[in-house]
Write a protein that binds this ligand. Structure first.
Ligand SMILES: Cc1cc2nc3c(=O)[nH]c(=O)nc-3n(C[C@H](O)[C@H](O)[C@H](O)COP(=O)(O)OP(=O)(O)OC[C@H]3O[C@@H](n4cnc5c(N)ncnc54)[C@H](O)[C@@H]3O)c2cc1C
Length: 432
C-alpha cells in the first residue's frame, strides 16, 4: 500500500479533465494571476476584444476553488457546487446560452427532529425564525452604524441559535464576526445546480485559454511602464495585470509588489478574515433522505449539522458541511477527525444502525491549501467598504478581481466571474 491516500483510508478521487495549457505568450497585453472563475472570465473577455493574454496559475489544474472529481464513477464537487442568485449570476446566464445541463435547486428541504420527521408546526417555527432574523438584520443594516451581524438578531431561543448557525455557515464565520452591513447585501435566492459538477463546468469554460499551470507568481514590479511579473518559471512583461489570487493568499505576501501597494489598498486586503466552509463527502445509500438535491435540517439533538445537502444529483452522495467553529476544532494532523464528527452527529440524530453503510470519502481542507487558505473572504464588522476599495486600479496597471470584490455575490463563483469581467472591461476601455 504505497498510495498515501489509501493509507489514510481516504477515497481516491479521479481527476476529470485533461487540462493542457495552450498558446501562453511571454509578453502579453494583459497577464492574469489565477485560473479560477475570475481569471477565466477576465481572459475570455480580453481575448474576445482582441487583446493578448497569459493566465498564470500556481496549481497544476484550472478552476481554483471550483473543482470536480470522480468518486465511485460519479462527479462530485470538492469546492463550489451551487449556482447561487440565479437571476444575476453570470455563470447561469452563460450556461443557458451554451445549453448547459442546469437544473433548479429544490426549495423544500428535509426536516427531522431527533430522527423522526418534524411536524408542520416545528417546521413553521423555524421558517418564522428565519424571516424574523432576515428582517431584523436588513432593517438594522439600513438604520445603524456597522456592527456584528449577530448584534441585530432578536432573542429567538433555540430556533434563533439554529438560524444563526446556518447563516454563520453560509457566511464562513459566526455572525458575531461578520459585518452587519455586508451580510444583507448578499443575494442568495433562486439557486441552481449543474449536472456533472460546477468545477467541471468552470473548467470547460477555460478550454483553449492561454494558461500556464504550475506557475506561481512571486513578485509584481510596477515601478516602470507596464508590469514585470516574476514567476516560479521565469519573468514576463505585460501592459497590465489582473490579480485574482484569494485575499488570504495575498495576506501571506505570497506575491510581493514593488513598489509596495498604496496603504489603503494593502489595508483593504488585510482587512478580510478567512471564511471557512468545508465538505465532508458521504456515500450513504441507505440514508433516510428521498429525492434529489435537498437540504436537510436536523434539529433537536445536542450537535446539529448546520448544513447537509442530500442525494446530490440523485446519487448516494451527500455533503455534510463543516462551519468555521467545527472545522477549526479539529487537530490538523488527525485526518479522520471530520469523519468521526460527521458520523457522531448523524448517529445522534438517527441511531448507529442507520449509519451502518455510511462511508466518509473525503474531507476538504481549503483553509490549509497554500493557494486558497480559506473558502472565501469575509468582511468583519466595521470594514464594510473594503470590497469596493479594491475595485480602483493601482497605477492604472494593477487590477484586483475575484469573489472578495463582489458586492451582491460575494464568496461565490458567480461573483468572482462578474468581477473578472469587470476588471477586463475596464482594461479594454483603458488600452483602447
Ligand atoms: C468548500 C467550498 C464550497 C463552496 N461552495 C460554493 C457554492 O456552492 N457556490 C459558489 O458560488 N461558491 C462556493 N464557494 C466559493 C467559490 O468556490 C469561490 O468564491 C470562487 O470559486 C472563487 O473564485 P476566484 O476566481 O475568486 O478565486 P479562485 O477560484 O481561488 O482562483 C484563484 C486562483 O489563483 C491561483 N493562485 C493563488 N495564488 C497564486 C500565485 N501566487 N500565483 C499564481 N496563481 C495563484 C489559485 O491557484 C487559484 O486557481 C465554495 C468554496 C469552497 C471552498
Amino acid at each position: 500500500m504505497n498510495d498515501p491516500a489509501a493509507k489514510r483510508g481516504v477515497e481516491k478521487a479521479v481527476p476529470m479533465d485533461h487540462e493542457t495549457p495552450t498558446g501562453a505568450k511571454a509578453d502579453p497585453d494583459v497577464a492574469i494571476v489565477g485560473a479560477g472563475s475570475a481569471g477565466i472570465a477576465a481572459a475570455r473577455r480580453l481575448l474576445a476584444s482582441g487583446l493578448t493574454v497569459t493566465v498564470l496559475d500556481a496549481r497544476n489544474r484550472i478552476g481554483g476553488r471550483t473543482v470536480t472529481r470522480r468518486f465511485k464513477g460519479h462527479p462530485v464537487d470538492l469546492g463550489a457546487h451551487w449556482l447561487h442568485a440565479g437571476p444575476i449570476n453570470p455563470l447561469v446566464k452563460l450556461g443557458h446560452r451554451r445549453g448547459e445541463p442546469l437544473r433548479r435547486a429544490p426549495v423544500d428541504g428535509h426536516f427531522f427532529v431527533r430522527g423522526r420527521p418534524g411536524t408542520r408546526t416545528e417546521r413553521a417555527a423555524l421558517d418564522r425564525a428565519f424571516d424574523m432574523a432576515d428582517r431584523a438584520m436588513t432593517q438594522a443594516a439600513r438604520a445603524r452604524e456597522d456592527q456584528p451581524a449577530a448584534a441585530a438578531l432578536p432573542p429567538m431561543g433555540p430556533q434563533g441559535r439554529r438560524v444563526a448557525a446556518i447563516h454563520g455557515l453560509v457566511s464562513g464565520r459566526p455572525l458575531d464576526e461578520v459585518s452587519l452591513h455586508d451580510f444583507p447585501s448578499m443575494e442568495y435566492a433562486d439557486n441552481l445546480f449543474i449536472a456533472g459538477g460546477l468545477g467541471a463546468y468552470v473548467s470547460r469554460l477555460a478550454h483553449h485559454l492561454p494558461v500556464r499551470l504550475g506557475t506561481a507568481v512571486h513578485r509584481i514590479d510596477w515601478s516602470g511602464a507596464g508590469v514585470g511579473i516574476e514567476t516560479s518559471s521565469g519573468t514576463l512583461r505585460a501592459r497590465a495585470v489582473i490579480v485574482t489570487a484569494p485575499m488570504a493568499v495575498l495576506q501571506q505576501e505570497a506575491i510581493r509588489f514593488a513598489p509596495a501597494l498604496p496603504h489603503p489598498v494593502a489595508a483593504a486586503i488585510n482587512g478580510f478574515t478567512q471564511g471557512v466552509y468545508e465538505h465532508v463527502i458521504l456515500h450513504w445509500p441507505d440514508s433516510p433522505f428521498r429525492g434529489a438535491d435537498r437540504l436537510a435540517s436536523l434539529p433537536g439533538t445536542h450537535r446539529q449539522p448546520p448544513g447537509l445537502l442530500t442525494r446530490i444529483d440523485g446519487t448516494p452522495f451527500h455533503f455534510f458541511e463543516l462551519d468555521q467553529p467545527a472545522a477549526s476544532s479539529f487537530d490538523r494532523r488527525d485526518v479522520h477527525a471530520p469523519y468521526r464528527y460527521a458520523r457522531a452527529v448523524l448517529a445522534e440524530q438517527f441511531g448507529h444502525r442507520a449509519i451502518r453503510n455510511l462511508a466518509t470519502l473525503r474531507s476538504t481542507a481549503w483553509r490549509h491549501d497554500p493557494w486558497s487558505r480559506a473558502s472565501w473572504a469575509v468582511v468583519p464588522p466595521g470594514l464594510y467598504a473594503i470590497r469596493d476599495r479594491l475595485k480602483a486600479p493601482v497605477g492604472e496597471r494593477i487590477w484586483f478581481a475575484g469573489e472578495a470584490l463582489s458586492r451582491a455575490q460575494w464568496g461565490t463563483a458567480g461573483g468572482a466571474w462578474e468581477e473578472g469581467e469587470r476588471a477586463a472591461g475596464e482594461i479594454i476601455a483603458m488600452l483602447r
